[in-house]
Write a protein that binds this ligand. Structure first.
Ligand code: GLN
Length: 202
């Protein structure tokens, strides 16, 4: 199985090494940096990493991938967005410099906790995963989760959401040494695969 990590800017290597660390003899998983359509097409899922959403957004446009990723995500291709990645997948960003794709129905506000100094680590509880040390770095805040399933809240604000094949979180799971969220994403991919091959037995 190959997981692409959109490789323009941000925590690309950290996601790739987290993905590679969950590979097992009976389940070969490889993370790879992707910047082009053909590279994404060779993958079973895509991660849009955290970083600077305005920069990542600009490069997605420059490489002509905006509509392509949006359509793929809406069509059922598994996509995970972390922090800046979730801003790009959101329905509403309130910021013209980053138009959300609407792949997950959330309204998000950039840098809502304040400046870099207001970054923090907090243990949160995630539905289907359990306790997780969430690293928030100049994180956005989800003001409304619309029709998305909320998998985790912090201080009554959603911090992790899912809409079918798309998951997103306002924190950085790739910086913790913990692999549960990446494994959860693999389960989504495996679910998509069994559905697309007609295996509805699970
Ligand atoms: N850690 C992050 O990805 C921060 C996101 C960043 N503050 C933005 O709005 O792009």
């Amino acid at each position: 199985m190959k997981i692409g990590v959109l490789g323009y800017q941000g925590d690309v290597e950290e996601h790739i090494s987290t993905i590679n660390s969950i590979s097992k003899p009976d389940r070969n998983v490889r993370g790879m940096r992707v910047t082009k359509r053909s590279e994404i097409d060779a993958c079973d899922g895509l991660i849009i990493p955290g970083g600077e959403s305005t920069t990542i957004y600009k490069l997605i446009l420059e490489y002509g991938l905006y509509d392509y990723i949006k359509e793929k995500a809406v069509d059922g291709f598994p996509v995970m967005g972390t922090c800046a990645g979730l801003i790009i997948l959101a329905a509403e960003t309130g910021d013209d410099r980053v138009r959300g794709m609407g792949a997950v129905d959330v309204s998000i506000r950039r840098n809502a906790y304040g400046r870099q100094i207001n970054s923090f680590i907090k243990e949160i509880n995630i539905k289907g995963i359990g306790s997780f040390p969430a690293v928030f770095i100049r994180a956005p805040v989800i003001d409304s989760a619309g029709t998305a399933d909320v998998l985790s809240y912090d201080d009554e604000k959603p911090v992790m959401v899912r809409r079918g094949n798309v998951i997103g979180m306002t924190f950085h799971p790739e910086l913790t040494g913990k692999t549960n969220i990446h494994e959860y994403f693999l389960h989504i991919i495996e679910g998509e695969r069994s559905t697309s091959t007609g295996d509805l037995s699970r």
